[in-house]
Design a protein around this ligand. Structure first.
Ligand code: S3P
Length: 433
């Protein structure tokens, strides 16, 4: 756990050997959620026990589900689709957009009323994107300005038919979860394919769901039967160590059993295109998700131009990719990234400000960024309470001339609680200040 909110990276060392990456956040959330509405016991191994995932455990406990934690194993005793109970108070999703949006699909389908809220960052994030399609299916929902808190007043009553124009796995998954409760056939389409962990997990559980390119068809009101779930290690967390190893001379690391779902591996494809020495070996699959071991050696990187559908395949890795771009000779341009303005912080703004503070030349528009590679001089950066911004700037300390101080870092615990410990174990000097 991080106790103080500012961190300083004083001295960095190359990374070598095997590094254990914790379980995938997106998949852990989904395993807890689907386990909670399944019939039977789900034993979830290698689950991520970060602040965000603990919020999900807590939320379903509030809905009457029995959940135990034993070390990194979560045991969910599901009693079926129609077993959830009226919560005694408002559900608090904390910092987790995934929890807020996914559980909304379930709450909107219950006979009882409920309210969900979140922390000061989450209450500013857009929720109209899930409220509108749920209302179209008959749910009565109230919220001010399409933001949290949201109250679910009457359940949806007809199958969902919706095409999402925003590339978002959270919107899609919210609607898939809602459809499970509605008798009949729901059809959910997306304009750009986004991470498909919900679909894959339902198929692993033998749920009747079919996929035709971007369209998902679900037969609702069918029992979900529990099965044990093993969670791959998180490629989004791995990305910080991968970039650190690429930019820090003499690094050579191995990461085992990392999730390599093709809708999440944009970062690997792009870094390889930039000249990175990254090898995926021992490809296999666990619970319908592809995994691989990843070997990374320090490399000289070239600048990149990116736009279009690739963005949704690396949406969470853009902050750390910006650090990699800042380490290249030349100008990188990344377009179509407007969704970054709606993450845990406005990531275009927080990354622009931080990079400039550290001596890197950056230009931005509403939905693009241009980064001219240069020298990180060191200095102070505000992470605006955004875990991925905080971790990205800590990694910039690996190539900085002087120390980098990152403020407001406690939310690193929302996704990667042992991030700083891993760096310290590898001889990096990082202090709380
Ligand atoms: C997630 C989907 C993405 C991603 C988030 C996790 C998920 O959000 O940024 O970190 O688990 O479904 P959007 O759906 O808002 O793009």
């Amino acid at each position: 756990m991080t106790n103080n909110s500012s961190l300083i990276i004083n001295h960095s060392s190359h990374l070598v050997g095997e590094i254990n990456i914790p379980g995938d956040k997106s998949i852990t959330h989904r395993a807890i959620i689907l386990g909670s509405i399944s019939n039977g016991r789900t034993i979830i191994t290698n689950s991520l026990l970060s602040e965000d995932c603990k919020r999900t455990i807590n939320a379903f406990k509030m809905l009457g589900v029995e959940i135990e934690i034993q070390d990194k194993i979560v045991i969910v005793n599901g009693k079926g689709l129609n077993s959830l109970k009226l919560p005694s108070s408002t559900i608090d999703a904390g910092n987790s957009g995934t929890l807020a949006r996914l559980i909304s699909g379930i709450l909107a389908a219950q006979e009882f009323s409920s309210v969900i809220t979140g922390d000061e960052s989450l209450v500013k994030r857009p929720m109209r994107r899930i409220i509108e399609p749920l209302e179209k299916a008959g749910a009565v929902i109230s919220s001010e300005n399409g933001q949290l808190p949201i109250s679910f007043d009457r359940p949806l009553c007809k199958p969902i038919e919706f095409t999402s124009l925003i590339p978002s796995a959270q919107i899609k998954s919210c609607l898939i979860l809602a459809s499970l409760f509605i008798k009949g056939r729901s059809e959910i389409d997306e304009s750009v394919k986004t991470r498909d962990h919900t679909e894959r997990m339902l198929q692993y559980l033998d749920y009747p769901l079919s996929i035709d390119n971007t369209k998902i068809v679900i037969e609702g009101n069918t029992t979900v039967i529990a099965k044990n779930i093993s969670v791959p290690s998180d490629i989004s967390s791995a990305a910080f160590l991968i970039v650190a190893s690429l930019i820090k001379n003499k690094s050579n690391i191995s990461l085992r059993s990392i999730g390599v779902n093709p809708l999440r591996t944009g970062i690997i494809d792009v870094l390889i295109k930039m000249g990175a020495d990254i090898k995926l070996v021992n490809l296999r699959s666990v619970c319908n998700e592809p995994i691989a071991d990843i070997h990374v050696k320090s490399s000289k990187l070239k600048p990149i131009k990116l736009a279009g559908d690739i963005i949704s395949r690396l949406i969470d890795e853009l902050p750390i990719l910006f650090i990699a771009c800042a380490c290249c000779d030349g100008v990188s341009v990344i377009e179509d990234i407007g969704e970054l303005r709606h993450k845990e912080s406005d990531r275009i703004k927080s990354m622009e400000e931080g990079l400039m503070n550290l001596g890197i030349d950056v230009k931005t528009t509403q939905n693009s960024i241009e980064i001219t590679g240069g020298v990180f001089r060191g200095g102070i950066v505000n992470s605006y309470g955004d875990h991925r911004v905080a971790m990205s700037f800590i990694i910039s300390g690996f190539v900085s001339q002087k120390p980098v101080t990152v403020t407001d870092t406690e939310n690193i615990n929302t996704s990667f609680p042992n991030f700083i410990d891993i760096l310290k174990e590898n001889n990096n000097e990082i202090y709380h200040v």
